[in-house]
Design a protein around this ligand. Structure first.
Ligand code: GLU
Length: 315
């Protein structure tokens, strides 16, 4: 699919430095966008105010260092709050929002509904009367209720064609739109922001594939573009040597770590390209060359195990 008027994006959370797994996902998002003629936009997902303010700048710097570019300035998600509030108001006016006072422990302790996916919200607060809600608000004060989406009864669970995983059939529950502390939930923000930025191609790690059906539900309820007008590609994660998702405990995994161990950004790009079958071992590559070689159908479908600096540096 070409997207001359569309855009792809990368949306990092500035919770620390990007590691090679994040860089690889960003590289793929960039290749998907550029190879299909799309613009490529950057959005810093900084809604969680506890995050390190300097991390966003370092992340963007690292993305540039490996040769990625994006159109326009990076957008800060924290500046898009008005759109988030408007979307929640709109859903509330349609009767699709309710207050929830459950804690995580309440949810775990509640009997789950038959056929509900594991961990699904059991619906405890869904049908409370106004009087019950007022009592609940008092009961949990000073904590405040979260807001959940009331998924319309009988709404079919969305299915979509993922560019990497093929047909995905989703499961949905009444998920949180706004947390009790007032922070807008990722699932709401991502949908509103992608639509506001004109994103029609979402490439991200496949740990988020189970969230996408929720996003499609919101797109439909808010009248925003959804598949097939928006395409999704959930890319395999990078694993550490113990088989779990790559993390700091796996040693030198950020660009800064690798630089101090003697690996240049060009070298890291080459190793990532090789892991995607876009470069031969030891070949030095330029990002534009990767766009020319890029074929979504030929991408590896399984997770890549980070070989460690010594092996990456000698491959
Ligand atoms: N901010 C999310 C993350 O870093 C990615 C969200 C997305 O791409 O939709 O995991």
């Amino acid at each position: 699919m070409t997207g001359a008027n569309g855009a792809g994006r990368y949306a990092p959370s500035p919770s620390g430095d990007l590691h090679v797994g994040n860089l690889r996902t960003a590289l793929l998002a960039w290749c998907f966008a550029r190879a299909s003629g799309r613009r490529f936009l950057m959005r810093v997902e900084d809604l969680d105010r506890a995050r390190d303010a300097g991390a966003a700048a370092r992340q963007l710097d690292d993305l540039s260092r490996i040769g990625l570019d994006w159109d326009g300035e990076a957008v800060l998600q924290s500046e898009l709050g008005r759109g988030h509030d408007a979307a929640i108001d709109r859903l509330a006016e349609a009767g699709l929002v309710y207050e929830c006072t459950c804690t995580r422990a309440d949810i775990l302790a509640a009997p789950s509904a038959p056929h509900a996916p594991p961990g699904a919200y059991p619906g405890t607060c869904r049908d409370r009367s106004e009087a019950e809600r007022a009592r609940e608000r008092q009961r949990i004060a000073p904590r405040r209720p979260a807001l959940r989406l009331r998924v319309p009864t009988g709404m079919a669970a969305p299915e979509f064609d993922d560019r990497i995983r093929g047909r995905v059939v989703g499961e949905i529950d009444d998920f949180v739109l706004r947390r009790g502390d007032g922070t807008v939930a990722y699932n709401l923000a991502v949908v509103v922001d992608d639509a506001a930025m004109g994103i029609d191609q979402v490439v991200r790690g496949d740990d988020l594939v189970t969230s996408t059906p929720r996003h499609i539900v919101l797109q439909r309820l808010l009248g925003l573009p959804s598949p097939p007008d928006v395409e999704f590609a959930h890319v395999p994660l990078v694993l550490g040597s113990l088989g779990a998702r790559l993390a700091k405990r796996d040693g030198a995994v950020t660009l800064a770590d690798l630089r101090s161990a003697g690996a240049s950004a060009e070298k890291v790009l080459a190793v990532l390209a090789q892991s995607l079958d876009l470069a031969a071992p030891g070949e030095r590559v330029h990002p534009q060359l990767l766009v020319e070689r890029f074929d979504p159908g030929a991408l590896p479908r399984s997770a890549w195990v980070w070989p460690g600096l010594e092996n990456a540096a000698t491959s």
